[in-house]
Design a protein around this ligand. Structure first.
Ligand code: PLP
Length: 404
């Protein structure tokens, strides 16, 4: 049974106040809060077995290595990858995407085409632009529609024999739209293109199955699913990870080194040069366990109730407009009130203890589409409540009164 009061007990930060008011944390799409069990995992690492992995014969190093590799298996199981070595532990989504983009620099030729969606986060636009500059490949964009969905008819027309790569997020961080990635992947594979899906915004709400999706690459960040910052994952099909050259040179990624020739280590170490975020990786595993103990079906059902309630309550405010009204959405509400600047409303909400994000949400092309400077984004998690949504609605009303 899903019990939100009990779940809130797991998150110590939810007890704090901001400007004398109880914290209402609605910035979950930027980063999620951390349950005590994950905090305990971090403290346990530094208190009891902090040590570098793989290199040492000593006990602490072996304990750290075992826990780190156990975490990799937790990630593998969670995403249903076939092999643990298909999971590369990275510093996060941005790092994972750059790893793939830089690897493709040696596989692309002038005139090859890369397709990205119009709903992308900057971290999924800029690396491809850099790749195109380097290789002479051409970037094509799947346009978006008024409700914030992808124009799939145009997508199918963009695909052709020159298409080598397709990139899309699973869920848009700015609007919450869930994209039809099954259809994107299947169509790209028909013409022999590889697909990378950015799951940073999907993974807090949906448990993806990379084998069922038949996706080539899938990336995510721990800090959006109750884990720490600075750690994330890259799933790649074995055949692709073997094709891509290493991203960085350094320790841990080699088999043998001499000044004449260096041979690279096998997967996953080929992509894991240097000392990784060991504690972060282990805590990522703990966060995955925690999320699964709450249960993704229960999370989706409850968050959907919050989304429906929040949408209908906010729309009662005169002059409030919601951006992103696709039928398939996660619990993100992006909105503006009249012509008031989102930042001004956000600043008043903060004084009331309410944390929302304001601005372009690293997705400027979407804001350009709607011809707005940005939005106020309230993003809900399974530890939020309807009472907190009521506080937000009252806060927006008050801000509107003060600013109009
Ligand atoms: C947060 C986010 C990113 C960037 O993640 P980092 O952890 O900052 O690397 C990329 N894409 C989407 C859709 C996101 O929501």
């Amino acid at each position: 049974m899903f019990n939100v009061d009990k779940i809130r007990e797991d998150f110590p930060i939810l007890k704090r106040t901001v400007h004398g008011k109880p914290l209402v944390y609605f910035d979950n799409a930027a980063t999620s809060q951390t349950p005590q069990i994950v905090i305990d995992t971090i403290v346990d690492y530094y208190s009891n077995y902090n040590s570098n992995i793989h290199r040492g014969v000593h006990t602490l190093s072996q304990e750290a290595t075992d826990k780190y590799e156990e975490a990799r298996i937790k990630v593998q199981k969670h995403f249903n990858a076939k092999e643990a070595y298909e999971i590369i532990l990275t510093s996060g989504t941005t790092h994972s995407i750059n790893m793939v983009a830089s690897g493709f620099a040696s596989l692309l030729n002038k005139g090859d085409e890369i397709i990205v969606s119009a709903l992308e986060h900057h971290s999924n636009i800029v690396p491809w632009q850099m790749l195109c500059e380097k290789t002479g490949a051409i970037l094509k964009v799947i346009p978006m529609t008024d409700e914030g969905s992808l124009d799939m008819e145009t997508y199918h027309k963009l695909l052709n024999d020159n298409t080598k790569l397709v990139f899309s997020n699973h869920v848009s961080n700015a609007l919450g739209t869930v994209n039809p990635i099954e259809e994107i992947i299947e169509a790209a594979h028909k013409i022999g293109a590889a697909v990378l899906i950015d799951g940073a915004q999907a993974t807090p709400h949906i448990k993806p199955d990379v084998q069922a999706l038949n996706v080539d690459f899938y990336v995510a960040s721990a800090h959006k699913l109750c884990g720490p910052t600075g750690v994330g994952m890259l799933y790649g099909k074995q055949e692709w990870l073997e094709k891509l050259p290493p991203y960085q040179g350094g320790g841990e990624m080699i088999a043998t080194v001499s000044f004449e020739k260096t041979t690279y280590a096998g997967l996953p170490h080929k992509f894991e040069a240097g000392t990784p975020n060991i504690c972060g990786g282990i805590a990522f595993g703990a966060a995955i366990d925690y999320m699964n103990s709450v249960g993704f079906d229960a999370i989706a059902k409850y968050e959907n109730e919050l989304l429906e309630y929040g949408t209908s309550e906010l729309l009662k405010i005169d002059g409030l407009k919601i951006y992103g009204t696709s039928a398939e959405k996660t619990a993100v509400i992006s909105f503006n009130v009249d012509a008031i600047h989102p930042y001004d409303i956000g600043a008043i909400l903060d004084k009331l203890g309410i944390a929302v994000r304001t601005g372009h949400h690293c997705a400027q092309p979407i804001m350009d589409y709607y011809k707005i400077p940005g939005t106020i984004r309230a993003s809900f998690s399974f530890y939020n409540t309807k009472e907190e949504i009521d506080i937000l609605v009252e806060g927006v009303k008050r801000a509107k009164m003060m600013l109009s």
